[in-house]
Design a protein around this ligand. Structure first.
Ligand code: NI
Length: 206
């Protein structure tokens, strides 16, 4: 096992669409093992190949809790074949250290993928961290980043500004976001809106 070098935003490899994998050989097994090693050592629950500079359609996820045995899943050539509902929750990304904000995702997905032997499998995930992680990592494979999926784009802009990842004025953005939250809270009270937030650890890096 070897730890691979993580690529950080705005590394251009993160915006590239990946190539499908057609050979299920030792090199793919080694890549998967090294990606898992890198993910565990970085305290992430998911990692996609572009995040280690490899533009191939492979990602790894392990949503087991800290006290549970590891449950790694390797997804090769994954595609979402069903998607429905909506859930909003905090998300982070190993390519954006210390950046967390709310992201809107489908609340149920069915993903078709191949394992390391090339066998085709299907997996359903609903209203949980696995469901969120699958969507986040597949986006990476399509060259899409979670900043494009922010529930409130202003919040993503603010959190990026705090880490110096854009040239936004943190104080001004914070004021705007606080105003937005106050307005939202008032509207929710008026309309009796049910919160779409789902239970999950508050800060996950995927
Ligand atoms: Ni990510």
């Amino acid at each position: 096992m070897a730890q691979l070098k993580l690529r950080y935003y705005p590394d251009p490899v993160l915006k590239q669409k990946t190539r499908k994998i057609s050979m299920f050989d030792a090199s793919v097994r080694k890549l998967a093992t090294d990606m898992l090693d890198t993910m565990y050592k970085s305290d992430g629950v998911g990692l996609a190949a572009p995040q280690v500079g490899v533009s191939k359609r492979i990602m790894v996820i392990d949503v087991a809790g800290e006290d549970e045995p590891r449950r790694p899943v390797v997804f090769i050539n994954p595609e979402i074949i069903e998607s429905e509902g909506e859930m909003v929750g905090q998300e982070g990304c190993l390519s954006f250290p210390d950046v967390f904000f709310e992201v809107k995702r489908a609340s149920r997905v069915v993903v078709r993928f191949q394992n390391l032997r090339g066998e085709v499998l299907k997996l359903t995930a609903e209203n949980n961290l696995l469901c969120r992680a699958i969507q986040h990592e597949i986006d990476h494979l399509d060259g899409k980043l979670f900043i494009e999926q922010a529930a409130v784009p202003l919040q993503a802009e603010l959190e990026l500004a705090k880490q110096g990842l854009n040239d936004g004025d943190v104080e001004r953005l914070q004021d705007q976001f606080d105003q937005h939250k106050a307005q939202q809270a008032a509207q929710d009270q008026d309309g009796g809106v049910i919160s779409l937030k789902t239970a999950q650890p508050s800060k996950v890096t995927i």
